[in-house]
Write a new protein. Structure first.
Length: 116
């Protein structure tokens, strides 16, 4: 019986460890309609891995973004209206600015070829 209780408590603790520094689905790039007013801007850079112009989404393998508490990873980012993705292709090094609202929703406000 003690073993079963210990296992149950261990499982509860392990499944409750959500604060791992990774972005949650709640903070995923929203559509422009669901994004709140931007409260801050965050600069980042990385490499383009995929582009979906029709969906206005760009997938980037980005460097650490300390302001968001994000480790390096590959992520989809939506872009605001007016951002032209046609100039980019897979493998391009880019720098970009995220606009972030109070709910930690984010989207790319500006993107350009990175200058080393």
């Amino acid at each position: 019986m003690k073993y079963i209780i210990a296992m149950a408590l261990s499982m509860a603790v392990l499944t409750g460890c959500a604060g791992n520094g990774q972005p949650s689905s709640a903070g995923h790039s929203p559509s422009a309609e669901s994004m709140g007013a931007a409260v801050r801007e965050v600069s980042a850079y990385g490499f383009v891995t995929q582009i979906s112009p029709a969906e206005r989404i760009i997938n980037i393998k980005h460097a650490p973004i300390p302001e968001m508490n994000w480790a390096p990873m590959v992520m989809d980012f939506s872009v605001v209206d007016g951002v032209d993705l046609s100039a980019f292709k897979r493998g391009d090094k880019v720098q970009f600015i995220l606009e972030v609202d109070q709910a930690l929703n984010y989207q790319i406000k500006e993107i350009s070829a990175a200058t080393d």
